[in-house]
Design a protein around this ligand. Sequence first.
Ligand code: KG4
Ligand code: ZN
Length: 339
Amino acid sequence: MGAMALILGLESSCDETAAALVTSDRRILAHKLAGQEAAHRPYGGVVPEIAARAHVEALIPLTEAALAEAGVTLDQIDAVAATAGPGLIGGVMVALATGKPLIAVNHLEGHALSPRLADPDLDFPYLLLLVSGGHCQLLEVRGPGDYRRLATTIDDAAGEAFDKSAKLLGLGFPGGPAVEAAALRGDPTKVPLPRPLLGSPEPHFSFAGLKSAVLRARDAGTWSAEDIAASFQQAVIDCLIDRTKRAIGSARGVNALVVAGGVAANTAIRTALQALAAQHDLRFVAPPLWLCTDNAAMIAWAGAERLAAGMTDPLDVPAHARWPLDPSAEKARGAGVKA
Ligand code: KG4
Ligand code: ZN
């Protein structure tokens, strides 16, 4: 990496608006976040129209607050990294208005590289389990813009399964933390639930059947919400571990097992992955919890990595509603396939 660079990161792709200032030598000078949970809670999920308006209202005040906290002015910034997809792209508009060099960041790349912001010793290539509200993938991370996708979900994402199950069990929104809290008070062995694709020769994930089983378990009226939550979480863990174990066997030259994305905030999941890594003599790296869920520091950092690799973008950068990290990955089977 050349001279030290100061990057403003803007995130506005889903239901968090965020601005952060990060240096290329891994100093996080400021990170500001405005959640929209209250606005979306009545709907039990993110409503894109509500999110888009809230982002526009929040982006500039958050940017100003981040600059003030860091004690820097816009003049001192080398580039603005903004999430340009998948999802909403309000941050790109604000980035363009600054007149600074633009780095268009794939939200998933923000998650994928975030562990390197927290851990200077994490080198490429590493095996990444990317588990968020919209995605569940196993990737060989070889460098900025260089990914090999080993597996994806053929239906729901892991976080989506948490959110939908929480809704079914009346545990509230966002579902992940609510299910994790309820699971602490439940028995993970009580409720028989399926483990879709466990042991399957194909590499992918599936969670839709598990969610349906949660609905049936609830309607049976036999078990408490806490026992269903605990059993559900255990089923997710079993699936994640089985699929990750399979990927360890097919990944090339990786030195670490890394987890990122909102679901990586789950302590039971982190603990299980840590044990798996130890069994395979791999380092285990998980970013701090705040860096796992959506934030702008990870976008700024992905920007710093891309800038160091000479990857800035023209000012007319197109937005991407769908934007896979590995464009060469074959479609996984099934209809509702996600990138
Ligand atoms: O990465 P993220 O903040 O946003 C997306 O890009 O999707 O991930 C949000 C997802 C949600 O589905 C949320 O329920 C889940 O991460 N999540 C959790 C936990 N905290 C957040 N899932 C399980 N356990 C948690 N503690
Ligand atoms: Zn995310």
